[in-house]
Ligand binder design. Structure first.
Ligand SMILES: O=P(O)(O)O[C@H]1O[C@H](CO)[C@@H](O)[C@H]1O
Ligand SMILES: O=c1cc[nH]c(=O)[nH]1
Length: 284
């Protein structure tokens, strides 16, 4: 198919920004912001992993995890990058509704009971970024698919991870939009993290609401699990060996959650969503 302005791709069918073409990506997809995290996931967890496909800041690995084809993509940071990654990944599938995507990232916890290194599974995301506004209005909810939320909580419990369930706020930047006070760069709203904390928001990051808005629009299942690298309540940031440990827990929950999502789809059959009335043996 020739490239068009709306759907740019190379002569051999590679998506313009991510460099991937149909057949090179699995329907179970782990999205991570940090391209080096994607490399660590591929090296540490995927079998039969092929050569990475790298284009701009995007890097994509496809291999096998626990017997299932699995893709991990490093998207780079932020909503705009995430929009490109998600749309171009969907273009690689005849039926994108069969995809499941999980974001495994880092975040800043807003509640004092969330310790550094703890995981937060996103129930819904507060759309503080602007990217999703180019698709839907301000009141449109960015929700994780219920199966994704359950699969991630299930995986966290199986792996013994300290895990919270809550609302994630997705900001358009790391410093100003998250109210960080750095000398010489006063944010317009330095109270944003305390306001969000009062509203019961669990954590702040930069991608989840874009993923959840676009997944609902396109009709595929998506969820997010993030490790707390910062705690904004006591102004602490993870360091030393705790950081790789938190990343490990987070990506393991993400990968295991994707496997559970595949299993839930098999159990669900034609139902709109798996629910506890559908026994784990498949009987309803
Ligand atoms: O660790 P990742 O997945 O990159 O996620 C978080 O870390 C970056 C900021 O440091 C942003 O991308 C934010 O969402
Ligand atoms: O505070 C944090 C930590 C990681 N990522 C974010 O976006 N914010």
């Amino acid at each position: 198919m020739s490239p068009t302005a709306n759907e740019p791709r190379s002569a051999d069918g590679r998506q313009y920004h991510i460099g991937v073409r149909p057949g090179e990506v699995a329907p179970l997809i782990l999205l991570v912001g940090d391209p080096s995290r994607a490399q660590r996931v591929a090296a540490g967890y995927l079998e039969s992993v092929g050569e990475p496909i790298a284009e701009r800041e995007y890097v994509t690995y496809t291999g096998v995890y626990r017997g299932r084809a699995m893709t991990v993509m490093g998207t780079g940071m932020g909503a705009a990058n995430t929009e490109i990654a998600i749309i171009e990944l969907c273009q690689c599938f005849e039926d994108p509704t069969q995809i499941a995507m999980v974001r495994a990232g880092s975040s800043g916890a807003l509640q004092p009971n969330i310790a550094l290194g703890d995981l937060i599974v996103t129930q819904a995301a507060y759309r503080l970024e602007e990217t999703s506004l180019s698709f839907v209005g301000a009141g449109y909810p960015a929700v994780a698919h219920p199966e994704a939320t359950m699969a991630l909580l299930w995986a966290a419990e199986e792996l013994g991870a300290s895990c919270h369930l809550g609302i994630t706020a997705t900001a358009s930047s790391f410093y100003g939009a998250q109210g960080r006070e750095v000398p010489g760069f006063a944010p317009r709203d330095p109270e944003i993290e305390t306001t969000l904390a009062r509203q019961g928001v669990a954590n702040l990051e930069m991608e989840a609401s874009t993923l959840m808005t676009l997944s609902t629009l396109r009709g595929f299942r998506a969820g997010a699990v993030c490790a707390a690298y910062a705690n904004r309540a006591d102004n602490t940031f993870i360091s030393g060996a705790d950081k790789p440990l938190a990343e490990k827990r987070c990506v393991e929950v993400g990968l295991r959650g994707l496997v559970r999502l595949a299993e839930l789809a098999e159990l669900r059959g034609d139902r709109p969503c798996w629910h506890p009335g559908v026994g784990l043996t498949g009987a309803s």
